[in-house]
Design a protein around this ligand. Structure first.
Ligand SMILES: [Zn+2]
Length: 429
């Protein structure tokens, strides 16, 4: 074969690349080739090979949104032990990050080339149209010369030559219009600011990759453009991946295998312990409400409901809240303490905030619970500003006296702000 003997429609390199893609798309060849790009979500499908037996890794979708890669030797022969198998989501993400990191300089180069191409394509079209106009003018000139030399007595010949001259003039006028339109539509030269913007977009290649409009097929084609194959080897508790790049270089990645029962849908221990604490003071519906107010979600990203709290409790052997069990343990909530002290719940909350009443709260938005017995509650007061009385002496009378003094001062003082100030001073808040 003699290369470059004739000018081809495509370059020799493009031809070779197309032939390689066509050869790899031949699915009937089986494990010998990567196989065609299909519409599944597994990005490394066809690229992975087993580092133990050399087989291709088959791609499985055991559930919606779940990807698993497994050595095909095990799939074909169930009696053979599995060489290597691992979940696909994490691996896809790792390889994609590696590829995007390597592609970033190329993306910038492609952006610069695109800028130059846009400018060059416009210039080329104007040049072609100008050449066409020159040819049209020549045709008009020739038609005119032919008409001029004809004998006017030859009326039929003269009419035909006149018609051809008019046709040539029409063509010339049309090309002149087209050229003027092209020059009008011609994009203005790319400014430095536009260049900088395009280069910034090239830096955002990861955003483009994660865009909902980027289909798995496009990503797979991109991966196959830069990667020859990936060798996966199982080593104790880890998987080693060797990425073979098209240029001949290779990169090694390594990640820990998932332990049994550990996957992305496992609930974090913090949430489980929180539900365990809340289940002793609240029913499931209230627990769901508290968790939602905290902005917590289930491992599947859903909001909490009583049913989901119930399921979580059952999965972790947490007993359901029974009405009255808190009272059995001798715990009081804010409303019960307020009733004993004959004050509002706001006052009790303020006492708790000022650490004058011992109480606990499982989390933000959860109810406060005090372990103080009913008989001891009157020993706590909400302030020590009522004439300097001791804290633990007959709280109720202190409160009553404080109220009476506040009311007396309020009557003597005029405006509302003054009354509020007096009440605050007398109650020590
Ligand atoms: Zn294998």
């Amino acid at each position: 074969m003699i290369h470059d003997h004739h000018e081809g429609y495509i370059s020799w390199a493009d031809y070779q690349s197309n032939q390689a893609v066509i050869a790899h798309n031949a699915n009937r060849v089986g494990a010998m080739v990567r196989g065609s790009v299909k519409c599944g979500g597994a990005l490394l499908s066809g690229l992975l090979r087993c580092g133990h037996c050399g087989s291709k890794l088959s791609t499985q979708y055991p559930a919606p949104g779940v990807i698993r890669y497994q050595c095909a030797a095990r799939v074909l022969n169930h009696e053979q032990s599995c060489c290597v198998t691992f979940g696909g989501l994490r691996v896809d993400r790792m390889v994609a990050e590696q590829v995007l990191r390597c592609l970033r300089p190329h993306a910038i180069g492609a952006a610069i080339e695109a800028i130059e191409n846009v400018q060059g394509a416009s210039d080329e079209r104007v040049h072609q149209k100008a050449l066409a106009l020159e040819q049209a003018r020549y045709e008009v000139d020739r038609a005119q010369r032919r008409y001029d030399v004809v004998d006017p007595a030859q009326r039929l010949v003269a009419a035909e030559l006149e018609r051809r001259w008019n046709e040539a003039l029409k063509v010339q006028a049309q090309i002149e219009q087209d050229l003027a339109a092209l020059k009008t539509e011609r994009p203005t030269s790319v400014t430095a600011a536009t260049k900088a913007e395009l280069l910034a977009l090239a830096e955002d290649l990861p955003c483009l990759w994660d865009h909902p409009g980027s289909s798995p097929q496009i990503k797979k084609r991109l991966l196959r453009t830069v990667l020859k194959d990936i060798i996966a080897t199982s080593e104790d508790n880890a998987i080693r991946l060797v990425l073979h790049w098209q240029g001949g270089d290779h990169t090694e990645l390594r990640f820990e295998k998932n332990r049994t029962g550990k996957h992305r849908y496992v609930m974090d221990t913090d949430t489980i312990e929180l539900i365990r604490s809340l289940a002793r003071i609240q029913p499931d519906s209230m627990i769901a409400s508290i968790l939602n107010r905290m902005g917590r979600h289930t491992p599947h990203g859903q909001t909490w409901t009583a049913v989901r709290v119930c399921a979580t409790r059952n999965n972790h052997a947490i007993a359901v809240y029974r009405e009255g069990e808190r009272q059995t343990r001798g715990e009081l909530n804010v409303s019960e303490v307020a009733a004993i002290l004959s004050v509002t719940q706001t006052t009790v909350l303020r006492m708790i905030r000022l650490r004058r009443m011992p109480a606990t709260q499982a989390c933000v938005n959860a109810p406060w619970v005090s372990a103080v017995s009913r008989s001891d509650v009157p020993m706590f007061t909400y302030g020590d500003g009522c004439g300097g009385y001791a804290l633990r002496i007959n709280c109720c009378s202190i409160i009553d006296e404080g109220r009476a003094r506040a009311a007396q001062t309020t009557r003597s003082w005029g405006s509302a702000p003054d009354r509020a100030l007096a009440v605050r001073q007398l109650s020590g808040m």
